[in-house]
Write a protein that binds this ligand. Structure first.
Ligand SMILES: Cc1cc2nc3c(=O)[nH]c(=O)nc-3n(C[C@H](O)[C@H](O)[C@H](O)COP(=O)(O)OP(=O)(O)OC[C@H]3O[C@@H](n4cnc5c(N)ncnc54)[C@H](O)[C@@H]3O)c2cc1C
Length: 484
């Protein structure tokens, strides 16, 4: 192997994993991160000693390489934590995963019966096509369960009706789950170590997920890699199908950094729009049409040592805007500096520029206090302080047109000799940390001559088999794009 100088864009899980694999193989990565800290969406923020995630980040994976890395970096500071999460709907708390007696008590005999009847109805007369989320879920669970457990929460997350969300998203996220399986699971304690572990415990760094990525950064730097913070990549300079350098803006100054190779985890739409000379108009148009869902957390510091047992609670009730509530102290006791207090993260799904996103922080904190009290989680008067953190592009959106746009971009990028995109927004795929990391590991192997298709990670065979809708036709033929 000859040593290559590799520019890695982004110091989130994917970028740092790429850098680690590179230093291990004797290459010299320079990681460029626009933010003041590492970890990307999996970072840990801090306010007056209170630590919190951008959405609680569980560490769970079936990918051995990733699991080994997590344990290597964290050692004994990787805690095994008990999990409790519930769903709040119609004034009641449902255990999630469901527990038979709790679910029955909350729903009552009549509604439970209606759920089973509605399930049977859709087993006999399903929607003939499964183009959208509503059809996909209703065919598998019946309308009653769809309305209680899927519709309101999903619409809060995405901000659009379930009929406008592609079936692929459900297929990717809910695959393997069915009503009979859920009932079996609710009635009988799962057997076997793996399933039990998945449901009842998870691993978590003592000081939150950001700790993992700080340790990974140290490991990369210890082997000669560089991680530069506050470096916003503003242009990706190319000569035909070769990237020759990237330009970064740092404290108002622009610098050009040459490299043999680029691995990018920045959002795909931004990468395409930053190519210099620009990508063909059809590709830029496709990039501009990819959409994202944003996210904000209202953190409340509550003057109570104990609020509730859950790590997090899904809020399905449409009466409140909040979508999920984290109790960070239950993730790890080290997340709060004073054991006589607790900190809650009220998570609001929004779109950059909408009313929630633009709401002043003080109003958001008031809203959070009111809603925490309305749900019965904490008294507004006990919330002694608060802070708001906004996260752009938290979720790549799978709308009815994204597949075609992604195909246009993917085909264009395939023409490059020395550019690969990795991670969640880098592939516009709903990847968790483990799959984001796996794409980075495979990208580095590609650089050393292997041939992995990163777009196939987290797209299992069962997923292909489940999706029964025809793929949308790509508007421009790949050959046209390449010629342009
Ligand atoms: C609410 C929520 C909850 C989640 N929960 C879990 C969970 O429980 N478990 C789990 O495993 N995963 C979870 N995830 C997913 C996890 O956050 C992602 O899989 C992971 O962060 C993706 O890593 P990444 O490196 O691909 O991207 P990112 O984390 O997005 O990192 C990309 C980095 O690139 C940087 N960047 C972007 N543009 C530029 C630029 N122009 N120049 C320089 N740098 C740039 C960004 O600042 C960022 O640091 C959750 C995600 C969300 C939104």
């Amino acid at each position: 192997m000859t040593e290559k100088s590799v520019i890695v864009i982004g110091a989130g899980p994917a970028g740092l994993t790429a850098a680690w694999e590179l230093v291990k193989r004797g290459h010299r990565p320079i990681v460029l991160e626009r933010y003041h800290t590492v970890g990307g969406i999996a970072r840990t923020e801090e306010y007056k000693g209170y630590r919190f995630d951008i959405g609680g980040h569980r560490f769970f994976t079936k990918v051995h390489e990733v699991n080994d890395l997590w344990h290597t970096w964290m050692g004994p500071e990787f805690l095994r934590r008990p999990r409790l999460s519930r769903i709040f709907y119609d004034g009641k708390f449902f255990h999630y995963p469901l527990r038979a007696f709790n679910a029955l008590a909350n729903m009552g005999i009549v509604r439970s019966f209606a759920i089973v009847l509605s399930y049977i109805q859709f087993q006999i007369f399903p929607y003939p096509t499964e183009e959208n989320f509503e059809q996909w879920v209703t065919n598998r669970f019946g309308r009653q369960l769809y309305e209680i457990f899927f519709k309101t929460y999903t619409e809060k997350v995405w901000g659009i009706p379930c009929t406008e969300i592609r079936a692929e998203w459900a297929a990717q996220r809910i695959k393997g789950l069915s009503l009979p399986a859920a009932i079996k699971n609710a009635l009988f304690k799962p057997r076997g170590e793996v399933i039990k572990t998945l449901i009842e415990e998870f691993e978590y760094p003592a000081h939150g997920p950001g700790m993992m990525w700080e340790y990974a950064t140290r490991a990369v730097e210890g082997k000669g890699g560089e991680v530069r913070l506050g470096c916003d990549v503003v242009r990706v300079v190319r000569d035909g199908w070769r990237v020759t350098a990237v330009a970064v803006s740092n404290a108002g100054e622009e610098k050009t950094i040459p490299g043999d190779y680029v691995i990018s985890s920045m959002p795909l739409a931004e990468l395409i729009c930053k190519l210099d000379p620009p990508a063909p108009p059809g590709v830029i148009d496709a990039a501009r049409r990819l959409s994202y869902r944003d996210f904000l957390t209202v953190v409340l510091i509550v003057n109570r040592p104990h609020l509730f047992e859950d790590n997090w609670i899904y809020i399905h009730s449409p009466e409140v805007k909040v979508g999920r509530v984290q109790n960070f102290k239950n993730w790890s006791p080290h997340m709060v500096p004073d054991p006589n207090t607790s900190s809650l993260g009220l998570e609001y799904f929004c779109t950059e520029g909408d009313a929630l996103w633009r709401m002043p922080d003080a109003d958001l904190i008031d809203l959070g206090k009111r809603e925490a009290e309305q749900i019965g989680l904490a008294r507004a008067a006990d919330a002694i302080d608060g802070v708001v953190v906004r996260q752009q592009k938290a979720y790549p959106v799978y709308d009815s047109e994204y597949a075609g746009h992604l195909e246009t971009i993917r085909t264009f990028l395939a023409g490059f000799e020395n550019l690969q995109t990795v991670g969640r927004n880098g592939l516009h795929k709903y990847n968790n940390q483990d799959h984001s990391m796996l794409t980075a590991i495979l990208a580095v192997r590609n650089l050393d001559g292997e041939a992995h298709d990163l777009w196939q990670v987290n797209t299992e065979r069962s997923y292909h088999e489940e999706v029964r809708i025809p793929r949308r036709k790509v508007e421009e033929k790949p050959v046209d794009i390449l010629e342009a």
